[in-house]
Design a protein around this ligand. Structure first.
Ligand SMILES: [Fe+2]
Length: 271
């Protein structure tokens, strides 16, 4: 059994001078999320962060991010969201061979596969330079197809920033994963994919894609207002921040939990 924790949409922000304010909301929120993971009785085997790590894609933001993640003793796998800068991310995570290995040319996609306690985690790059929507080119889809084909018998979690299914919130669907049919077609060819996990939505949701279950994760920082009307107001709301925990069995079983940030303790035992 692999336990994969998912954090998302941290949005660390730097001021004009490049300094990240230590007391700012996203910093405090990330500290709380890290503390939450450390307080879990069953420690995750790895943490994947599904994009929007740095609000402005600045070097100082990534450097601060690394420092804030340093209490986590397990492997941490960073991914790009539409707010990120691939090259700045690679510079700061330069001791992550799976991340730097993708960076042979400027703004090369940050895409890689790793083993987590016998389960495969395949991190895709759905971001498009200068745009907030998501897309995977034929080249990126071919990489995903080939990567999945290399281990057809290993339960696999595929991670993206943009979710590949409609969310129903106008603001988010306007910034959606454009034309996810190619992605769905690749996933449908690889039955070992037990989950597709995403960020971008700043709230938990569950969808389906090509015969597998697809989920989004709360933001460690701000949640988006749940407005499913056609006008779809774009607003942040005061719902608690959170994270996801994916339990992936070596037999292909998969269970996802969503939990609010906080160090919640047992109050009383239940008979
Ligand atoms: Fe975000």
């Amino acid at each position: 059994m692999a336990i994969i924790a998912q954090l998302s949409d941290i949005h660390l922000a730097a001021g004009r001078d490049g300094e990240v304010d230590d007391g700012s909301g996203p910093v405090r929120a990330l500290r709380a999320a890290v503390s939450s993971l450390l307080s879990l009785p069953a420690r995750p085997d790895a943490v994947v962060i599904t994009g929007d790590l740095a609000d402005g894609g600045e070097h100082a933001e990534y450097a601060r991010l690394r420092a804030l993640l340093s209490p986590l003793p397990m492997a941490v796998y960073p991914m790009c969201g539409n707010h990120d800068d691939r090259d700045e991310l690679r510079k700061v995570f330069d001791d992550h061979p799976e991340v730097t290995g993708t960076g042979k040319f400027p703004q090369a996609p940050v895409q890689y596969a790793v083993d987590v306690a016998g389960v495969r985690l395949v991190c895709c790059d759905t971001t498009v330079n200068g745009h907030a929507h998501g897309h995977m080119s034929e080249e990126r889809l071919a990489w995903l197809d080939g990567t999945l084909a290399a281990a057809p018998g290993t339960p696999t979690v595929v991670a993206t920033h943009h979710p590949p299914y409609p969310i129903g919130m106008r603001f988010i669907d306007d910034l959606r994963f454009v034309d996810p049919a190619g992605f769905a077609s690749v996933i449908s060819r690889h039955r070992q994919v037990v989950r597709v996990i995403s960020g971008h939505v700043h709230r938990a949701s569950v969808g389906s894609l090509a015969g597998t279950v697809s989920t989004t994760c709360p933001s460690t920082y701000r949640q988006l207002f749940l407005d499913l009307t056609s006008q779809g107001r774009a607003a942040v709301t005061g719902e608690p921040a959170g994270f996801a925990i994916h339990l992936i069995g070596l037999d292909g079983s998969a269970t996802t939990h969503f939990a609010p940030t906080g160090n919640y303790r047992p109050l009383m035992d239940v008979e």
